[in-house]
Design a protein around this ligand. Structure first.
Ligand code: RB5
Length: 148
């Protein structure tokens, strides 16, 4: 498995899972940057989503992982940034297709709705699946508002 540069964030609702995934990624020898939060004390997910999106869209990290309670709030936040394609991944197959068909560069996880073992599978699949290109490249090229 090729080692990746990965940034990770969560809000309080995703903090427990973030810490677990962070340990897993370090154990797997990926180059990981934890951009917070740092406890289960209540915070606002955009305060963590925006820095994650900035570092991924700047190319400092190849991919991002974001976690909030449902995954929706943080997913909406990062998708406001140019160059970000964030996918809400709640199972392994969705995660695989987010990479293979959508070339997603951020994996958004619903921390309150998946188990720890499901989260590892989703993240592992996201990291190890390549974009298929071809017709999917044409489609993702049309996502940008600049086209319309
Ligand atoms: C926090 O309570 C919760 O609203 C947040 O984690 C997330 O689910 C929002 O989309």
């Amino acid at each position: 498995m090729k080692k990746k540069k990965i940034a990770i964030v969560s809000d309080h609702a995703g903090y427990f899972l973030k810490e677990k995934i962070l340990s897993y990624l370090i154990k797997e020898k990926h180059d990981v940057k934890d951009l917070g939060c740092t406890s289960e004390e209540t915070v606002d997910y955009p305060d963590f989503g925006h820095p994650l999106a900035n570092t991924v869209s700047a190319g400092e990290y190849e991919m991002g992982i974001s976690i909030c309670g449902t995954g929706n709030g943080i997913n909406m936040t990062v998708n406001k940034h140019p160059g970000i394609r964030s996918a809400l991944c709640w199972n392994e197959e969705i995660s695989r297709l987010a990479r293979a068909h959508n070339d997603a560069n951020i994996c958004a996880l619903p921390g309150r709705f998946i188990s720890e073992s499901e989260a590892y599978l989703i993240v592992k699949t996201f990291i190890n699946t390549s974009f298929e290109g071809g017709r999917h490249q044409r489609r993702i090229d049309k996502i940008s508002l600049k086209m319309y």
